[in-house]
Every structure is written in C-alpha cells, then in structure tokens.
Design a protein around this ligand. Sequence first.
Ligand SMILES: *Cc1c(COP(=O)(O)O)cnc(C)c1O
Length: 393
Amino acid sequence: MARRKRSHGDVGAIVPWSTPIVQTAVYNFPNLGSLDDHYEGRAPGSYVYGRDGLPNSDELAKKVAELEHADRGMACSSGMASLFVAIASSVGKGDHIVASPDLYGGTLLLLGRELPRFGIKTTFSDSTDVSTFENAMKREGAKIVLVETISNPTMKVCDLKELARAAEEAGSLLIVDNTFASPFVIRPLDLGADVVMHSGTKSLGGHHDLTIGLLCGGSKVIERAYQFNIVLGAIPGPFDSWLANRSLLTWKVRTEESCRNAMRLAKYLEGREEVEHVFYPGLESHPQHALAKRIFSDGMYGWMLSFTLKGRLAEADSFVKALKRVTLTPSLGGVGTTISHPGKTSHRRISEAQRKELGITETMIRVSVGIEDYSLTEEDFDRALRASQRRKP
Ligand SMILES: *Cc1c(COP(=O)(O)O)cnc(C)c1O
C-alpha cells in the first residue's frame, strides 16, 4: 500500500480512506519563524488563510489537472468564476477576444455585456470555419480565443488542433470550455490549447448538488490566474470541493455510460417520425461527424444532444408534460436524464432573429443523457413523442 503523508483527521498510524473536510478559514502557527517558512515557500503544502487556498480544493485541482494532462489546475467557486479568472488575469483595457457565437448563455453575457465596460471587446466568429475564425483572430490581434469543445445547443464541434495552431501563430491564448465533453472524450491541452475550463457544477459534480469551476493549463498561466483569484476571492468552499473530489471517483464511468446511452437515444430519436432533426456529433448526419470521430476518444461523442419536434411550441409542451421519469431541469451532466428548452432558458434573452441564426427553434429540446437503465429512458421518450403529436381537434 502506498504510504500517505499524515494530515488532519489521521488517528495515529490509521489514515482515513477519504480526505477529511478541512472546514477552516485560517491556520495557527507555532512561532514567527514558521510564518517566514510559509511565506517564503519553505513549507510546501502549508496553508495560512482560506482565500489563499484550501486542502480540499487543491486536492481537486490537482486531480483534474492530471486528467486534463495539465501542469497545474485551480478550482474556483463556479464555472463562470473560473472563466472570468482565466480571462481577467490575462487581458487589460483595449485587448481583444475572438470567440465563437455558440457559447453558454452566461459566457455570452460576460463577453458581450460585462467585459466591454472594462474596455475589453469581443468579436464573434464561427469557430467551425477555421479560416474565417483565423482571419478574425489575426485582424483583431486577439489576446484571447475562446471556444467550447461541443457547443450548446446545436452540438457543433470545432477543430481544436487547427484552432490551436492558428492561435499560436496569432500569439493568442486559446481557452477551451470543455464542460460538454470532459477529458475522457477529449483533452484540449494535448491538441495545443493553453487553458481548459470546466463547469464542475455539471458532469464532474454529476449530482446537481454542488457549484464549482476548474482551470487547467501550464504552470505560468495558472499561477497568474491563481494569484488573481487570491485577490478576487472566487474560491470554492471545502464542502463543495470535497463533494467534487468524491464525484471525481466516478466521473470516468459515468461519462462512458452516459455517452453510450446518448448514442443509443440519438439513433432512436433519428428514427422517429415525430422528430424533425437530431443534433448529435455521433450521428453521421452531423456536419462535423468526421472531425468528431477523428479528435474524440473512440466511440465517445458526449452525453448532450438536442432535437427538434415536428410542430410548434404546443407540441414541445405536450412532449414535456408527458414525460414521467425524465425531468425538465435547466442544467446538465447529472446521473439522471434531464431535458431543457434552450429557447425558454439558456437562449431566452437573445432575440428571435439570433435564435434563428443559431438554429434554435421553439420545438428544440436539449437532452442531458444520464446513466440510468437506458430502456427506461427510451420508454419515457416513446410515450412523450407520441403525446407530442396528439393534438386535440
Ligand atoms: C454551466 C456552464 C458554464 C457555467 O458554469 P457555472 O458552474 O454554472 O458557473 C459554463 N460553460 C458551460 C458550457 C456550461 O454548461
């Protein structure tokens, strides 16, 4: 058995299997010299104050960094906090960001509404069109390039390897939001990205009971972000960090099982007459299927899919109402299958014209496929699909 360093909660030579929750905001020091040792870095692994770092969140960051093949990781209080920290620690007034328009709603608000007030502008360009995206990057002298591995809600996949090459040539920092994929589907750093971000609130946590964010990357860029966050203070608490550490133990198997179930559900939906279109990178009908097949892990295309129903809003509403097991839950990545309606949730605040441009219609349903017995999910979808087209005359 590997010997572990003794720490809090150890009873003599007996070491707890699970790391205890270190619920403290500050530490005591035995003498003045020990303060010098801490601040001068002569006491590795020592802690002083909650905002500077906590054992449970550092343990989480280290493990996620290993999974993402990163030199270093850090945890923040939420996915949005981690994204803000990644951006704000590397740009200043007058700097430019080039990003895909297919982004998480909160990210669109950060880039489009909040950052411009600080003199940081964003140009949106379709990241699935590498040459146009690259031109925008070079034209604007982009300091940061931001994309999502699999976009929400139409599940577009971008060529991270090509984007990383273009970002390097343009001298831009490539930040990839890997929330919809996970390191088991793809590792953006291996393809040349500089920073990977996760909303740990989603599949990493996996049980809809914690809020956390992660950044992974090279030591230098993460150290800068870490120092920025010591000033900002967007740190996760010990308990959410502890829960996320526990969730990490099953992240891989949950991801594998939910990817398998998503593939089955996508194929099933594609064969149903009530369904207009299915958006899933694992389907041959998906515009970037060949790319996804090349850059994703073998046979894994994520657990997120969207589809549009025939009809209008009334048909979508009938579908939702007829579900018995699957719930309408505006989040994703949990162990149970959930659905969301992009037009009424994540993309509610944008204009009808913008929604149309992004391919979001009133009958679009987004599904986060879980790990429950697949046949039960299919049964529920079967009932709801039939109900969706059963209009009263
Ligand atoms: C949820 C989500 C975020 C934001 O994460 P929070 O933990 O809610 O702050 C960012 N990006 C994507 C793709 C998400 O799904």
